[in-house]
Design a protein around this ligand. Structure first.
Ligand code: UD1
Length: 395
């Protein structure tokens, strides 16, 4: 009999899943005892939100495209559960790997639990303690269902233990986003985007906003953009606009905000919008930025590694290590405070040498994760111990 290889469904759905899953799939492909299969739920479907990331991260074409698409949270989640459920029913993988906190993550973990197939969760245990965020609900549900929980920072280990997850299921493996970042950084530094924008040797800021709490209320969004316009009087601010944000932004007439025409360098001030930009170009922008203003989760981590000052325009963060390590400031969502904090950074020299990358953000997280997965699969074989236990107790 040929040696057994374990079939693993690796799930991506939305843009931030790609950089988390790419190094894991690449590492799995190095091991003949693993058969990694890439499943794309289709939560994000635009070329600029999905395909360009798959290409730049060298993930190849997904083996399965579920094309679940957009909709309300409920409709989107239900569609993913339905389509992934059918795929898993037919394909019967030995393991399902999900990453992060998007609707696809939770939906696919749920399918695994119901189909009695073990689930590994990458970036487990992060908590904002704010259940108004759909991502927090997704994190809690996914972690309560997962069998292998891979964490990126100490706070996550503590959160999971406090929630009663047995220690033997928690693996502090480090940050796979940083694996992708370290691999892409050289290409990012060669990218022409800074020259095209004319900012290679100038100060500039980078802005991203897409949280419903920041962009869905037109009054609040307009006040935020007015504050940003004030900051942009001192420094040009480059704003790649997420699809959720684009519709709202178009409705508002904000002074000092214009679309970059891509043909000429940007001037010394103003907010310059672009369509969503690729992974490599975005890293290039982050790497040399004087200031980054964001409500994203992953960008807090990328700026931490790159030692770039970041203002997180939110009331909480599920990634506290980005604050304790020194580059990120959680500033709340008061537009006046945003202006004050930004001006402080523009007057301060960069504190790069006082900032240290958090433990295990070293580019090797995927190796550690895949080692645990291989050991787990070879140990458990086909019978899933947790489910076996549950089934024996509840015949
Ligand atoms: C999702 C994630 C969020 C993540 C973000 C990154 C959830 C709950 N949220 O939020 O955690 O930070 O992705 O981008 O899963 N759209 C397009 N093209 C696309 C994808 C979406 O136009 O390729 C539109 C949709 O039609 C929808 C809006 O953008 O109107 C929001 O998309 P959706 O995936 O529902 O949530 P995000 O806000 O992107």
């Amino acid at each position: 009999m040929p040696p057994r290889s374990f079939k693993i469904f690796n799930v991506v759905g939305a843009r931030p899943n790609m950089m988390k899953m790419a190094p894991i799939v690449a590492e799995m492909r190095r091991h003949p005892d693993l058969k990694p299969i890439l499943v794309h739920t289709g939560q994000h479907y635009d070329y600029k939100m999905s395909d360009v990331f798959l290409q730049q991260l060298e993930m190849g074409e997904p083996d399965h495209k579920l094309q679940a698409g957009s909709g309300s949270h409920h409709a989107q989640t239900a569609e993913i559960v339905k389509r992934f459920g059918e795929l898993v029913g037919e394909g019967r993988p030995d393991l399902i790997v999900v990453a992060g906190d998007v609707n696809s993550t939770m939906a696919c973990a749920l399918v695994g639990a119901k189909e009695m197939i073990p689930v590994a969760h990458i970036e487990s245990g992060l908590r904002s303690f704010d259940r108004r965020m759909p991502e927090e609900v997704n994190r809690i549900v996914t972690d309560s269902l997962a069998d292998l929980l891979f964490t990126t920072e100490e706070s996550a280990n503590e959160n999971l233990k406090r929630e009663g997850i047995p220690a033997e299921r928690i693996f502090f493996a480090g940050n796979v986003m940083i694996d992708s970042l370290t691999r892409a950084l050289e290409s990012a530094r060669r990218s022409p985007v800074l020259d095209q924008l004319g900012v290679r040797s100038r100060k500039y800021g980078v802005l991203t906003l897409h949280r419903p709490s920041n962009v869905d209320d037109p009054k609040k969004f307009a006040e935020t953009l007015q504050a940003l316009a004030e900051i942009a009087e001192e420094i040009p601010v480059i704003f790649p606009v997420h699809p959720r944000t684009a519709a709202r932004a178009q409705e508002l007439k904000i002074a000092n905000m214009q679309a970059w025409d891509q043909a000429s360098p940007i001037p010394e001030s103003g907010i310059w919008t672009t369509a969503p930009i690729s992974y490599i170009e975005f890293l290039s922008l982050l790497d040399r930025a004087t200031i980054v203003i964001t409500d994203s989760g992953g960008i807090q981590e990328e700026t931490t590694y790159l030692r770039v000052p970041c203002l997180t325009y939110r009331d909480n963060t599920e990634r506290p290590v980005t604050i304790t390590s020194g580059s990120n400031r959680l500033i709340g969502t008061d537009p006046c405070n945003l202006v004050q904090e930004a001006k402080k950074i523009l007057r301060e020299p960069r504190l790069a040498n006082q900032i240290q990358a958090p433990p295990l953000w070293d580019g090797c997280a995927a190796q550690r994760i895949v080692a645990v997965i291989r050991e787990y699969l070879s140990r458990t074989r086909v019978i899933h111990p947790v489910l076996f236990e549950t089934r024996s107790k509840n015949p």
